[in-house]
Design a protein. Sequence first.
Length: 363
Amino acid sequence: MTDARPSQFLNLTTTTDWENLMAVMGIWDGVDSTSSFVPTLSGSSILMGAGQCIIKGQLWDQAAQTQYTPTKPVTNPRMDILVIGLNRGATTQQTVVSAYIISGAESTTSPPPAPHLTQSTAVGGKWEIPVCQYVIAPSGVITSVTDVRQFAGHTVVAMLSGSRPSPAHPRIGLETDTGYLLRWDGTNWGNLGPKNQVNTTGLGVTGTSPQPLHTAFPIPANDAALGDVCYRLRVGGGGHQSAGVASNFGWQVNAFGLNWGAISGGLPLPVGCTFNWDIDVELLISKNGNGSLYGNVTFTQSGVSNPGVAQGTLVMQQQRPANSVNVAPVTTIGAQAWIIPGTGVTTAASLTGIGSTYERIAD
């Protein structure tokens, strides 16, 4: 047992005490804000801006932008990482914490493999946190500079939905009254989950090119970058079949900037009738950029003796190969439809959405 400290009887006197204090407080290793240690490319060197950080209980700062120049590979490209490292075996105060480059292995693969960070709690060991990584060619040309800084701070801010704080730095927040998990980006809180969303209204479609049946649901950037994700979309509504000669209807899902599962049909629906419809599809996106969509569009004529009797069902399906779906940008998912007029149509066909739901059901 060690008595409470710091107190009037016992101070925090060792680096281990400070490291343990930070760990108990739930404070991450990392830089203090998005403006600290900003990495930029300058010719054949990396510039790391001024800033400060905390690493295993040690406070360290760099007062001015500093240049770090890697050695050139001999034969093939290499991926390096610029890190901030704590050296538990340091013999001078200047080397307790410092920034330096870890060189990766030369490789013919693209991109080359990144080197591993050392994070050891052993006596004399090192603990490293990343600033940026990049690829350097034998010519000394640096490309693919990626900012990989991590930020210090509390893991989760507990709050109420009616009194959300405005933290100084990005944070994760948990609303204790709603159960929602949110992310503070420095300006706004954004909902991370539960990943269920509802539209209680829809949109009308009367045109002959794809039009939305509802307001599209947002999908955050890189949502499928770390693992496979399944999205379920359901949209419902009604419609009117053209008088004179019946029209067909086209249907598709638009997601990740791509059109999925486009089909056309809708017959047999009597000329001039009103009907109901329902779309129920699932979109599977893999972290390697492939995708699969499958589901149904079901029609039911209204006003018949048994309104639940389906008058027609269309099946939507499509697959896309690896690397064909870009999960990096912020995107949306939504159902679209259009009218395919029949010959001699005297009254335009129409579709009207009345609501939609979106669910992120797996990853």
